[in-house]
Design a protein around this ligand. Structure first.
Ligand code: NAD
Length: 428
């Protein structure tokens, strides 16, 4: 059997959902491949005067519901298959939260850590030069992704405005606050997931004070989530990053974890220097060091993968103790693990719903860029809450009515909304 790829995994879920929907002949085929894949090699002059070229791509999956939307990643192993899968997931995600965008993703095969700041700027500007005819506020609006930052978004906007002799703040999102960014974009992914969890907990008549949470990853998504949950009364018992994790049955304080992460570069930094830990102090605080594998199977009510894809697998799905899995990361659960969790009645809130707060506030940024308005933090928070709860309600209703998992229901809601737009446009 050929090895699965990110795109084949997307297709597996898609085919399973399409079978459960009542579609006309030919409608399935609309989701088989992206509408457009643009590829170019971009060349920059390195600081030592040599020339270097990098493979770059922009995959535009579907724009039936509005301009293509999705991040650009810089990674030595960024490849077309992965970018294609992420573009497809973006199309489903924007439809699930009902914002007027399609789905896209971009990538450059480069290790940005090997570039100086000037070289990084050159790559970013060249990317826009390579794809400028396919980008624009009404065509395709990129955003940050792995290893791309607000500063990179600012360079890209500037390059686009120079090339097109225009004022186009809405051509890209995730910009710095001083250059057309939106308040609340930095916390949006976690905030959106938090609203969903709060709703779930309230509908299941549970009390946050009695719920234990484990979070894998302490970056943008994971760290903000830890703070929101801690402040709302949940007990965050496990936290990890790439160097390992800590577990405390009575709860960890995310503020302290953040402080030590900042100081030492690791969430274990309060107790450990590399692999050497102050065991006495850990005992005193009732804290124990755990590996990332162990972290996923710790006793808790809510497990939040917020780091990498494919971490919940058929090997560890049987050991997971949580009753809810909230996917802040993209693609953290393999299809085999998904089936095991479903059988075990563990509710998985899928990435296309759980982490859609980020793209939702990107939409708010795009709207502000077009209208010239500047919304307050309260306006962003309230509108995000409304969008996330509407999406949650639509997915939950679908899951109940058609007896589907939340993942299949979210895909079904997204696909049906995309098909509605395609029918109106006469594409079918
Ligand atoms: P980030 O780079 O800010 O943080 C990633 C975290 O994961 C870091 O703490 C890192 O140490 C940790 N990590 C790396 N390797 C690990 C490992 N092997 N085990 C455990 N932890 C590990 O990234 P982020 O923006 O927080 O994104 C995290 C996930 O959320 C990704 O899957 C991303 O695609 C998804 N996501 C993020 C956003 C967003 O707006 N930031 C939006 C949607 C989805």
């Amino acid at each position: 059997m050929p090895a699965s790829t990110p795109y084949s995994r997307f297709q597996d879920t898609l085919s399973a959902v399409l079978k459960e929907l009542d579609l006309a002949d030919g409608e399935n085929d609309l989701f088989a491949e992206p509408q457009k894949t643009h590829k170019k090699d971009i060349t920059i002059t390195r600081d030592d005067g040599s020339k270097e070229s990098y493979h770059a791509f922009r995959v535009q999956f579907n724009n039936a519901r509005g301009p293509y939307k999705g991040g650009i990643r810089y990674h030595a192993e960024a490849d077309e298959e992965e970018v294609k899968a992420l573009a497809a997931l973006m199309a489903i995600k924007t439809a699930v939260v009902g914002i007027p965008f399609g789905g896209a993703k971009g990538g450059v095969q480069v290790n940005p850590k090997e570039l100086t700041k000037r070289e990084l700027q050159a790559v970013s500007r060249e990317y826009v030069r390579a794809f400028k005819d396919h980008l624009g506020p009404d065509i395709d609006c990129p955003a940050p992704d792995v290893n791309t930052t607000p500063t990179i978004m600012a360079w890209m906007r500037d390059e686009y405005e120079q090339l097109t002799n225009s004022y186009s703040p809405a051509m890209i999102t995730g910009k710095p606050m001083s250059f057309g960014g939106s308040v609340g974009r930095d916390t949006a992914t976690a905030r959106g997931g938090f609203f969903i969890l709060q709703e779930l907990v309230s509908r299941d008549a549970l009390d946050p004070d009695e719920l234990k949470v484990v979070i894998q990853g302490f970056g943008n998504a994971g760290a903000h989530m830890a703070h929101f949950l801690h402040n709302a009364g949940y007990t965050v018992v496990g936290i990890s990053d790439s160097q390992g994790g800590v577990y405390a049955e009575e709860g960890l304080d995310p503020v302290r974890i953040e402080k030590y992460k900042h100081k030492t570069g690791s969430v274990t930094g309060e107790y450990c220097e590399g692999s050497v830990c102050d065991i006495e102090r850990m005992k005193l605080d009732n804290v124990r060091k755990v590996t990332n594998e162990e972290l996923l199977t710790l006793p808790c009510d809510v497990l939040i993968p917020a780091a990498l894809d494919n971490v919940i697998t058929k090997e560890n799905a049987k050991e997971i103790k949580a009753r809810y899995v909230l996917e802040l990361a993209n693609g953290p659960t393999t299809p085999e693990a998904d089936a095991i969790l479903e059988k075990r009645d563990i509710m998985v809130i899928p990435d296309v719903l759980a982490n859609a707060g980020g793209v939702t506030v990107s939409y708010f940024e795009w709207s502000q860029g077009r209208s010239g308005e500047q919304w307050t933090a309260e306006q962003v928070d309230e509108r995000l809450r409304r969008v996330m709860l509407d999406a949650f309600t639509a997915v939950r209703r679908k899951a109940r009515r058609q007896n589907m998992s939340f993942r299949h229901a979210a895909f079904a809601v997204g696909i049906e909304r995309m098909l509605d737009a395609m029918r109106v446009r006469g594409w079918l």
